[in-house]
Structures are given as structure tokens and as C-alpha cells.
Design a protein around this ligand. Structure first.
Ligand code: ADP
Ligand code: MG
Length: 452
């Protein structure tokens, strides 16, 4: 599968499973293996990838079917099969859709946007918001890939995407982050009068009052009221405190919900390593370097300065790593994530900024260098050292995409972090297995088993 104009479209699942450096036999073998396990999972009624239907049966336009097959999709996943008929029905109805990480939510809302647009009308008709520029850019690559056989025109509403002099955006589909979208609406660069669909990806995050909620609500208030835009909310998590607000935000919505014990997928094996102190965490990370670069890996830290510090230190010591966080400028962020997507860097050290939504199939390992805590997501900075279960679920969900195998490793180093990890274990209902920090052979063994 080829890249799109932006050069970062993730290729079809089977082809992408094999890193480009493998020799041909390995490549064929691993491509074949992934294709086979995918087919098995899509035939298993208990899998979130299962569907009893074909894409043809979901009522999609022929041009969109062409786009879907061109991306290498053969069968819908469970969320696609269940959500699409509801999303495409007329008159339009709102949707609150929940499904595990990596199960294909993007296609469900992108196909909805592309189905609702009248391409003959040159006005914005579908708006989509995401919590980071990296995710907005990824969603856009899916819009362009799925819409490849349609005349769709698209535009970003992310920092530095629209020149200051721009007066009128006529694109059909606009994907962006809340601050920039709001700014363009207020300055009437985006005319909202023709908007028919409003999508929030990572909706619980977008609606959280302690986060992006205010800005998202402001965007919604600029949309037409009569008829109102169809509101579509998707996420892998909808914690109780956002659920009520979500139901008000998307009134009378069709709901597809997960049980608490279904929140994360089983194909991600979770481990922990018991480190002595902060310095030992660093040493353990370095000792893992060889394993981190078997595929690709993402290391999550609590603070930007930690991400900077450990990536600088590792680079100085001769290890190739990249780092990305919200204090970097737009161009720098784009270059880093694009390089990582292309596999130029194998290890990405980052913060919660890309904990959600990012889909890079080659990522088979996630390290929680610092566990995610509630006080990071609260911009009031209240002291709250409970673990942030939702962010945890999203972070580990950067691996194990669409049925692939993945590994997550949590570093704990004192009583507090130990207890936080235990809470994560009990609240997600998934076992976290101990791995000795000084037994790399065992670690490698366990990893190979988990990834098989
Ligand atoms: P989510 O948003 O639910 O976490 P994504 O929409 O990012 O998941 O999809 C995860 C991966 O699965 C992507 O690489 C996507 O291209 C792939 N995918 C989605 N739907 C299908 C499908 N029906 N068949 C094959 N691959 C799919
Ligand atoms: Mg997603």
C-alpha cells in the first residue's frame, strides 16, 4: 500500500506487520501469519473484530467501498458493523460509541462524515475534533484514504495549518483540535451554517470539564440548530463522570457501550518491573534498549522534562531515540511523529500528549516509565495521586492494534507506585506479571512468548 500526499498513511494491516528491514522470507512469513490470525479473529464471535456482515451490507456508497478495499480492509469489525447502520440511517441520529483500542472506530466515523457530505456544495459539512495535532493528522490521512475515490476536499484546523490571511475555508471535511477550530469559527474563516456532522474522537477526553470540555462545548454552540448537526462521540473509555455530560451533549443518542471488564483487549500482555529508585528506572530502560527496538516502542513519562532528560541522556550514550511532547513547535512535532511512523526511529519517548488514538501497527511495546496519575489530567493541578485508569488503558492501547500482539511494561519504584499499579490491576481486571529487572534473558523469553 502506498503513502498518501502527507506521506504518513499507515499501510494495509498485512503488509505493515513486517518491518521493512526483514528479509523476504521473514516478510512473507510474518505477513501471512498476521493475515491468518486476523481472519481467525474476525471469524470469532467473541472477538471485537468479529462481524457477521460484509461492508457491502452496511449501506455504504460504492466509491467509499472502493476506498475501504483499497486500504486493505476485507471485513468490518464489530463496532463498524454495529455503528455504521445506525450512523447512516435517516433522519440522522446522534451516537455515543464505545469500543476497545485498536478496533476500528475511526473508519466508523470517517465513513459517516464522507457519507453525509454533498460534494457539490462547497462549504464545510463535517467537523471532527481530536485531542492532539498528531491524532488530527492521522484521522485526516484516513479521511483522504477512504475518500480517495470521491471528490472530497479537506482542511485542517490545527496550529499553523491555516495561513493568518485565510478568509474562507470551503473544504467539505475539517479535522482539527478544539482551540484552533474555535478560533477559525469565531473569525468566520469556517462558516458553520452547513455543518451536518460533528464528530468527537476520544470523546470522553474532549468533554472532560478538567480538560478540553469548555472549548469543545463552545465549538458545538456555533453549529446550526435547525436542523441540528448529527453528533457522534467515540472512545474506548467513558468514565462515569463524563457519561452524563456526554448524554446531554449528544441528546437521544444511540449507544454502544462496553462492560467494565471488557475495557482493554487481551492481546496486550502486561508486565511490571520493580525498580529500586528513579535512577534505577533509567538503567533498566537502557538495559531494555535491544528489546525496545525489535519492533517499535513508545515510552511514556509524566513530565516533558523527564522525556527530554532521558532521551538526551540515552542519545549521548549512543542509543537512537526520538522524543515528542507538547512544548515542541508544530513543525518539530510533525517531523518527529512522521519519522517514527516511517520507522526511522524505533523508540519514541513522550508524554500523555500521544497517549490516545495514535495508530502505528509496528509498535509492539509500550513502557510506562511513570504511571499515569489523575493529577496530570487535571489542569487545576490538584494533588491527586490515584492512577488514571483511562489514560493507562489508552497508553497501552498504542500497541496491540486490530488484533495484533503487544506488550506493556510498567516501572514501579516505591510503595506509592506499587499501590498505584495494584489499583490499575484490580480496576482493569487484567493481570500484570512481574519480570525481574536483572534477568534480561527471561525478559526476552517472556516477550517472545507474548508476541507469538
Ligand atoms: P480505534 O480508533 O478503535 O482505536 P483505529 O480506527 O485506529 O482503532 O483502527 C486500528 C487499526 O485497524 C488501523 O490500523 C486500521 O487501519 C485498522 N482497521 C480498522 N478497521 C479495519 C478492518 N475492518 N479491517 C482491517 N483493518 C482495519
Ligand atoms: Mg481511535
Amino acid at each position: 500500500m502506498e503513502k498518501d500526499a502527507d506521506g504518513f498513511y499507515t499501510p494495509a494491516p498485512a503488509a505493515a506487520a513486517a518491518p521493512p528491514t526483514e528479509d523476504v522470507t521473514d516478510l512473507i512469513k510474518s505477513t501471512f501469519e498476521v493475515a491468518v490470525t486476523l481472519a481467525d479473529q474476525q471469524a470469532d464471535p467473541n472477538s471485537p473484530l468479529f462481524s457477521a456482515k460484509t461492508f457491502e451490507e452496511l449501506g455504504l456508497h460504492e466509491d467509499l467501498l472502493k476506498g475501504i478495499y483499497d486500504m486493505g480492509f476485507t471485513k468490518p469489525s464489530k463496532i463498524q458493523e454495529r455503528a455504521l447502520p445506525l450512523l447512516l440511517a435517516n433522519p440522522p441520529q446522534n451516537m455515543i460509541g464505545q469500543s476497545q483500542s485498536g478496533t476500528g472506530k475511526t473508519a466508523a466515523f470517517v465513513l459517516t462524515m464522507l457519507s453525509r457530505v454533498d460534494f457539490a456544495v462547497h462549504k464545510p459539512q463535517a467537523l471532527c475534533l481530536a485531542p492532539s495535532r498528531e491524532l488530527a493528522r492521522q484521522i485526516m490521512s484516513v479521511v483522504n484514504a477512504m475518500g480517495k475515490f470521491t471528490p472530497v476536499q479537506t482542511e485542517y484546523a490545527i496550529k499553523e495549518s491555516v495561513p493568518k490571511s485565510a478568509t474562507n475555508i470551503t473544504a467539505h471535511v475539517i479535522v482539527g483540535t478544539p482551540g484552533t477550530m474555535m478560533d477559525l469559527l469565531r473569525r468566520k474563516v469556517i462558516d458553520a451554517s452547513g455543518v451536518k456532522v460533528f464528530v468527537l474522537d476520544e470523546a470522553d477526553n474532549m468533554l472532560d470539564k478538567d480538560g478540553l470540555g469548555d472549548q469543545t462545548l463552545r465549538v458545538k454552540n456555533m453549529l446550526p440548530r435547525n436542523p441540528p448537526a448529527q453528533i457522534v462521540l467515540f472512545s474506548a473509555t467513558f468514565p462515569d463522570h463524563v457519561r452524563t455530560f456526554a448524554s446531554k451533549f449528544a441528546p437521544n443518542a444511540n449507544k454502544i457501550e462496553l462492560q467494565r471488564n471488557e475495557l482493554s483487549v487481551d492481546n496486550i500482555r502486561q508486565f511490571y518491573m520493580d525498580c529500586r529508585d528513579e535512577e534505577h528506572k533509567y538503567e533498566v530502560l537502557v538495559s531494555l534498549y535491544k528489546l525496545l527496538t525489535i519492533g517499535q516502542s513508545i515510552i511514556f513519562c509524566q513530565h516533558r522534562h523527564t522525556a527530554d532528560r532521558i532521551s538526551q541522556r540515552m542519545s549521548t550514550e549512543g542509543h537512537k531515540v526520538a522524543s515528542l511532547h507538547g512544548a515542541m513547535d508544530a513543525g518539530g512535532r510533525d517531523a518527529i511523529i512522521d519519522g517514527f511512523r516511517e520507522g526511522k526511529e524505533k523508540v519514541l519517548i513522550t508524554t500523555n500528549v500521544i497517549a490516545r488514538g495514535i495508530d502505528i501497527l509496528q509498535v509492539n511495546m509500550v513502557v510506562n516509565y511513570d504511571l499515569p496519575l489523575m493529577n496530570e489530567r487535571d489542569h487545576h493541578n490538584r494533588a491527586d495521586s490515584r492512577p488514571d485508569i483511562e489514560t493507562y488503558i489508552h497508553r497501552i492501547g498504542r500497541t496491540g492494534r486490530f488484533g495484533r500482539k503487544g506488550i506493556s511494561i510498567n516501572f514501579v519504584h516505591d510503595k506509592a507506585t506499587w499501590q498505584q499499579m495494584e489499583q490499575i490491576e484490580s480496576q482493569t481486571g487484567k493481570q500484570i506479571i512481574r519480570i525481574e529487572t536483572n534477568d534480561l534473558d527471561n525478559m526476552e523469553e517472556q516477550m517472545k512468548k507474548a508476541l507469538k
